[in-house]
Design a protein around this ligand. Sequence first.
Ligand code: FAD
Length: 642
Amino acid sequence: MLYPQEFDVIVVGGGHAGTEAALAAARMGCTTLLLTHNIETLGQMSCNPSIGGIGKGHLVKEVDALGGAMALATDEGGIQFRILNSSKGPAVRATRAQADRILYKAAIRRILENQPNLWLFQQAVDDLMVDGDRVVGAVTQVGIRFRSRTVVLTAGTFLDGKIHVGLNNYSAGRAGDPPAVSLSARLKELKLPQARLKTGTPPRLDGRSIDYSKCQEQPGDGVPGGMNAERPVPVFSFMGNTAMHPQQVPCWITHTNERTHDIIRSGFDRSPMFTGKIEGVGPRYCPSVEDKINRFADKDSHQIFLEPEGLTTHEVYPNGISTSLPFDIQYALVRSMAGLENAHILRPGYAIEYDYFDPRSLKSSFETKQIQGLFFAGQINGTTGYEEAAAQGLFAGLNAALQVKGEAPWLPRRDEAYLGVLVDDLVTQGVTEPYRMFTSRAEFRLQLREDNADMRLTEAGRRLGLVDDARWDAFSRKRDAVAKETERLKTTWVNPRNLPAAESERVLGKAIEHEHNLFDLLRRPGVPYAALVGFDDGRYVAPDVSRETLGDLLEPVVEQVEIAAKYAGYIDRQKSEVERASHYEGLKLPADLDYLQVKALSFEARQKLAQHRPETLGQASRISGITPASISLLMIHLKKGG
Ligand code: FAD
């Protein structure tokens, strides 16, 4: 059947990429259809029910700043929140939450079902409708043909997915879900460059069979009795608050030991990884426990976090023992650890191999170079992680919507957003293993912080049509209050004549010799904002004037002005680096440039440029093997009109 309505955007897949893609396109006014295997699994977390962490939390905050759902759903579903790296600099501080997977999914589904312009439909997509070199729709398992102007494909680990437990394997998209075999075959037919990756997950445990008295308790931040009880409970969304959080619960820690490691080694001869049954490369930073024991043979113990999967289930996720070893080995290795001697396994651990597509075959907007109107996002692009998927989904969804509207794509730069770093890394470098985000991937990370994701992106989100009135009003209040408070600090002068030395030493740590404004004083190491709150009009006039004027905005505003002052030197230096690089960063390379004929370049550089076909000189500079010298030669070639 040909479905009567034509959609602007069809999104295939209701995982983290697909849901954000569909929401973004619909928010931008496009009639959008989300086609997915099963409506019950919308927003399902295939692996650990946790959101955020270093680099990943940054992406979640950016998705939120652009009106996305992930952070709000985490605030509604989060049963433990922590700020990682809290004693380090603001650039690497990151929020992490353990989520109740049922509450999280329910929040995502509610947000989807209440989004105007968005329609859900449950069916597997088996085929794409392609007319010439343009996608024109998708065909489902029972032959329903849905027409659309663009398609965003977010099939996750499902394309020709194969699950391995020991030497047994079977086809699946993830445990309990069907694989997407026909669609995988169709994509291969379309000659999109494809390869295999793998990922894995640990066995899940029944909490009733765990002896927690032998484990170490790990409460979240702001929980009485915990290590960080004095801190506030973190909140993920810029629109969130702690009242949205359900009950908070602790995680627990146990360890592997020599016996665990012996048991794991005894299963190596039946490991699909070590016997060559699995061909795909796994995530380096989330290795299986057998990989860890093999690679770090000298370590006699590894920490294992026992993380609750929800408030209404006893299921526990043992973080750190992802494995595809045979079940008998899984059973013995679990029971070798303190507190888990009688643990009942609810679900076996497994590895999954799946197709991904070389992201270098995507344009910077995530549209495929070969097929117009077809966008890819999420795990299908060779990444790993819910957060990476959500960020890509939002990006592909908004760019599909822009294409429908006949507008140019929105491409955040590397100095504007982790999203810019993620997209640029993928389309210029490709992947050789599942790609995950780290703060170290961002060269301008001092300005790409979690705390200022809204300051960096919400205005762009509003222009694009992604940000609703409530978020815009809240953001505008904060932005204006930060500007006003910064101005107040810069124009409030403190004169030593009005400030006796003893008072100055008490408040500022040392006497001031000449007149300073409060912003300059705040730049001094060891002078916190709190020390300045009593200054007004050149004198120390307790009580605190800012608390009265800033009210509920006090904390976020102080955070912004304090970081801006303390790191002003570094931030200014980064800004000038960005400006220096910008003269060639955005310089467009002609689409028809025949690199093989640019004789001034080395043969290797010519080949690499011809293969990658970068869109800008900035992208060209990040292709591995392209040296600064090659870039200079290319610039000369372009200037000559070559
Ligand atoms: P998914 O969440 O996989 O969602 C894909 C969606 O598309 C599903 O809703 C599916 O039903 C739907 N779909 C697929 N094909 C079709 C079709 N033909 N028709 C209709 N619907 C379709 N991440 C980590 O960061 N660390 C880990 O250690 C880790 N381990 C993992 C272990 C396992 C076993 C699995 C399965 C995943 C693991 N992940 C891990 C990855 C994480 O789950 C993904 O990165 C993330 O879910 C990707 O989001 P996505 O939206 O791209 O795809």
